[in-house]
Write a protein that binds this ligand. Structure first.
Ligand code: ADE
Length: 232
């Protein structure tokens, strides 16, 4: 898989992409991540990439030309022109389902804006889909791009170690994950549930399923409604 990110701040990505599972996945050739600086494509004086909004209002808006030129240059680097995604608070809400869908793509291109947003013609002219990571406003699309990359890369075949599995993750079956315990058996008077020490895998599976249901009912009843409908 190839992931491109178009951003004004490529340096922001250095640390999150160079640790843990995402680092390992790149080293093992499961994913190639390429960062492009939109400012390198600015043509106007002072490398200008943003301007004030028509109609007035606060803040600055990302201009069409540098983004279009950057995207065109990046798309040309590969025969697959990729699924193009604009990070905005107005987009489709990112969730585990969309993470799965994107992890099956051969190439995705994430465009991270900054300031008050994008000139609307960037969305219209590129045909990009908009994706949001939640109902709150961040200073730019960089953190959302990193969140999306992390969620996608860990789903790539072989990205997790043999002992790990994405199959039991929260949301993978529409429920929150069951509670986990490790050594010691007792800590500050708090004991590991007996069933987990029993070695009875049938009982352990039953307990985990029950715990996942209870946790979801308590913390996220909205998910439980959806889960019940899909089970039916
Ligand atoms: N840019 C600013 N806020 C955002 C959000 N919540 N999701 C995606 N991109 C954003």
């Amino acid at each position: 898989m190839r992931i491109d990110v178009l951003t004004l701040f490529p340096e922001m990505f250095a640390s999150p992409l160079n640790f843990s599972i995402v680092k390992r996945a790149q080293q093992r050739g499961l994913v190639q991540i390429a960062l492009s600086n939109i400012r390198d494509f600015a043509k106007s004086s002072y490398n200008k990439v943003d301007d004030s909004p028509y109609g007035g209002g606060a803040g600055m808006v990302l201009m069409c030309q540098p983004v279009f030129d950057c995207l065109e240059s990046v798309q040309k680097q590969d025969s697959n022109s990729g699924r193009v995604i604009l990070l905005t608070p107005q987009g489709r809400k990112f969730d585990q389902q969309l993470a799965k869908e994107l992890s099956a793509e051969k190439r995705i291109i994430l465009i991270a804006g900054h300031y008050e947003g994008f000139d609307e013609r960037i969305r219209i002219g590129t045909g990009a889909e908009e994706v949001s990571i939640g109902d709150y406003v961040l200073s730019g699309g960089e953190l959302p791009a990193m969140v999306i990359i992390d969620a996608i890369v860990r789903l790539l075949p072989d990205a997790l170690g043999d002992e790990d599995s994405a199959a039991n993750d929260s949301f993978s079956d529409g429920l929150l994950e069951y509670p986990q315990y490790t050594r010691p058996e007792e800590f500050k008077g708090l004991k590991v549930p007996d069933v987990l020490l029993s070695g009875n895998h049938k009982e352990i599976d039953k307990w985990r399923k029950q715990q996942a249901l209870e946790k979801t009912e308590k913390q996220r009843p909205d998910l439980l409604d959806k889960h019940k409908k899909s089970e039916k």
